[in-house]
Design a protein around this ligand. Sequence first.
Ligand SMILES: [Zn+2]
Length: 158
Amino acid sequence: MAYPGTASTVTPLAPVTHGLKPVPDPDDLLTRPFWAAAAEERLVLQRCSGCAAYHHPPVGVCPDCLSDDLAFEPVDGRGRVYSFVVVRDQRLPAFDSLVPYLVASVALDAAPHVTLATNLPGTGIDEVRIGMPVEVEFEEIAPGVRIPQFHATDEVTR
Ligand SMILES: [Zn+2]
């Protein structure tokens, strides 16, 4: 779609889909290690060898120290809800039956400045709160394709 006064020269990328739901692009060089680990139900983050900063989504060059020496390493899957929205009007038919649903960003305890986008399976839209403790789980969205999702955990066990 072109905005008034602009030329439409950019072709939007079509999402890689399985059925109607989008799935990660297995050929994306930057994110491939993240999704490969998720397929094995492991949570990894990209980390800079120069300054030890975590980055997500992955980057080609560290924005903090400009190093390109970046590698993925396992991280603990516990964190807290940093922010959330309730989706009531969405555009993909595959998600029609889920409306209203939650989309949250979770800050990991191991890397508090990194947030991951997630749904909150098992948490109702009236139950979610900022700071709520959560832990990663993996949802298989297509054969062999898993995405990290976070579910609420008991505050007492943290
Ligand atoms: Zn760095």
